[in-house]
Design a binder for this molecule. Sequence first.
Ligand code: PLP
Length: 364
Amino acid sequence: MSKTGEMLHLRGNTLHAGDPVALPLTQSSMFHLPGAPDGLPTYGRVDNPTWQHLEHVLAHLEDAPCLTFPSGMGAISAALFATLKSGSHLLIPSDGYYVTRVLADRFLSGLGVSVTERPTTTFTEGGFDGFDVVFVESPSNPGLDMMDLPAIAQAVRDAGGITIADNTTLTPLGQRPLDLGIDVVVASDTKAMGGHSDLLMGHVASRDPQIMERVEEWRRVSGAIPGPHEAWLLHRGLETLDVRLDRMCSSAQVLAERLAEHPAVKHIRYPGLLGDPSHDLAKAQTSRFGFLLSITLESEDKAETFINACSMLRPATSFGGVHSSAERRARWGDDVDPAFIRLSVGCEPVEELWYAIEASLNAL
Ligand SMILES: *Cc1c(COP(=O)(O)O)cnc(C)c1O
């Protein structure tokens, strides 16, 4: 059976007569706890029945124990603080999600962690000897370059280190880093997992029980816990993840093929395009080519006009929602052309979306 088919009935198959079919939202910091608390919810920083069910569903999708956090950065911080200590060596991509680099530069290095950055496309050059933790992101956000995850996972393991993969852009339904040999998966569930641009959440998943024990302790002690309402919303979003991704990824393929032919588009990246530098790795490692694409137009001005004049593109940062959105990444300091646009394809009917995008490009 499919992951999604099972997921939709994980809870239902445990219900008793009269139980609600939808997941109840348990908004409580205290639990009725007479006598020995063994195995019961104790206090809202330690556990909560709404997160627990969400984590059960996520664990099912990841095929690994899973812990949730109040944001993607909360999850990434937990994974890094649980695996690094003073004197550790960390390797991260120089062109991945920029806040991970800020965390490493501004906080981890101040605690005695030595941080090295390498570009995604030449990530293996120099090998992995001496690195305790190797953090990867594939495809990279926003460049959409990919890494050979199985080869890197094996090389890092041979060198005695552990790998952490940020799988935000593809979700566990698009790419399964743990099955490719990666030790720990982290993700921002704020994006496609939640899918409705109304919550921030993140998760960490790993089949290594010692790592998960440290991550759970970090969450409990640091207090970086998800709110029950966000957990409930994310659970609701997950129930439609598969349908949303199907629509978003198939529309992205259609749009990418047409954008590649449009005279206003100077350069396009989409892993699903034959000839894209990521195409072969994507074919080997992912089950979907994703819903993110990038286009570079002639100038910064034209890029802004295109985004702001298009009736079906929200000019917004972040991605993965049901509404298509776009932005120039240079406005946040990403090392890209000023006219480089990251476009997140949403759930609109694809012909209507193309009509709006084409009209805005033609008007430039
Ligand atoms: C958004 C994002 C994050 C951070 O997630 P938040 O939920 O915003 O904290 C981390 N990694 C990637 C690849 C992202 O796109």
